[in-house]
Design a protein around this ligand. Structure first.
Ligand SMILES: [Zn+2]
Length: 171
């Protein structure tokens, strides 16, 4: 029984917020090694989540479930930048206390996702992989404005970085 208790996601009162951005920042503060690109698998594992690459997950990109503790599976046949976003998104479902089971086809990662839990998981993933503080620092202090260089530093797709910079008011 002890394992089930320790594997629970910290609740909103422990983190101090249930805002997806704030929860992602809490995970970064606690579990990130401050290296770029952010490693979502390492963060999930540090938070007590087991993470598996599954080459036979299609048509899903990822899923999250509880089986003697939280588990993330991600589709190992998709591009690496997608795999990274998938793991961060599934960790968001866990961290935000969305429930015991999620199955995510690729459309749930789209900016047109309308389900509020999918939107929140995507917001969590964007902040986890592309922390606003770090992006703002690189642009303002280090004068890195080259789009492809930023995407490469954070190991994200160009599209994901473009939307992130738009959200942060840089584009
Ligand atoms: Zn999802």
């Amino acid at each position: 029984m002890a394992t089930a208790t320790t594997s629970l996601a910290p609740s909103a009162w422990q983190i101090g917020t249930n805002d997806p951005i704030g929860v992602a920042q809490w995970y970064l503060d606690r579990y990130w090694n401050r290296q770029l690109p952010v490693d979502p698998v390492a963060i999930a594992q540090a938070a007590g989540v087991r993470v598996f690459q599954n080459p036979n997950l299609a048509p899903l990109s990822g899923c999250f479930y509880d089986e003697d503790g939280p588990v993330i599976e991600f589709n190992g046949r998709e591009p690496l930048v997608r795999q990274r976003f998938t793991v961060a998104h599934e960790l968001g479902h866990h961290a935000l206390g969305h429930g015991p089971r999620f199955r995510d086809p690729s459309e749930n990662f789209s900016l047109t996702a309308y389900d509020s839990k999918e939107v929140a998981a995507n917001q969590f993933a964007a902040e986890l992989l592309m922390p606003a503080d770090v992006i703002n620092h690189l642009i303002m202090k280090r004068k890195i404005t080259d789009f492809d260089r930023l995407a490469a530093l954070f190991n994200t797709s160009g599209v994901a970085m473009q939307f992130r910079l738009k959200n942060l008011g840089w584009l």
